[in-house]
Design a protein around this ligand. Sequence first.
Ligand SMILES: *[C@@H]1O[C@H](CO)[C@@H](O)[C@H](O)[C@H]1NC(C)=O
Length: 263
Amino acid sequence: MKTSSAFPLLLITFSLLKVAASEEGFCSSPYSVVNSDTDSNTLYWKVTNPTLSPPYLRDLPGFTRSVYRKDHALIAPESHVFSPLPEWTDTLGAYLITPAMGSNFVMYLAKMQEKSRSALPPFDVERFIFVVQGAVTVTNASGASDKLIVDSYAYLPPSFQHSVKCDASATLVVFERRYASLENYVAEPTISSTEKQPLLETPGEVFELRKLLPTSLAYDFNIHIMDFQPGEFLNVKEFHYNQHGLLLLEGQGIYRLGDNWIR
Ligand SMILES: *[C@@H]1O[C@H](CO)[C@@H](O)[C@H](O)[C@H]1NC(C)=O
């Protein structure tokens, strides 16, 4: 969630957070929030399954932890609204953040079904996809393709011809943004996975940090994977103009946003 001052053009960072849950301690919940036998077996089932707690509030009409404020929003899974993604085939999308809410990027979940296929983003818009469930194949204009499984990702520069196909089912988190170009810098398409990225130094912090994109001027955003073990926390109290999109992949935690303590 930090932007290095060495790279003032990194206007936004997106974080995918993994918070390990302990049996005891402040990260633990006295209630089981596992309510779906099949989905709870998948690694990042919390991304798409309602995690309301305590359980007696789970089915209360109108109850949600979701909030939408001027400078931040918490969008809990039970508030996701899926509808067909324009020009994608057999894919449902839930927009979480869009410029209509004041951000300079779009973040959405895409649920790809059997034999589905993506559409291209608008001209000049870069795209980042990260697989949270299932598998997809990304193919470029020459027909070269790569299979992406959970924890794999692709960065597709602006106006880069590609297609994402899914044979069975997959859930992706997708970030799109109108690319801020700099003369003489070119962002390259990238396909990789989280575990291939080195752990980075986090002076003054205890959590584990990986960056999924190169930290060079050709890239106008980055994606951070932040792993917190029980009791670990972000020490820095950030106050800035940078915009963040954040997806909690695993576990639970407490996050202060603006004047709110969000759980
Ligand atoms: C597609 O990917 C292959 C393998 O990485 C590469 O050799 C080729 O140049 C790429 N084509 C385009 C149009 O990017």
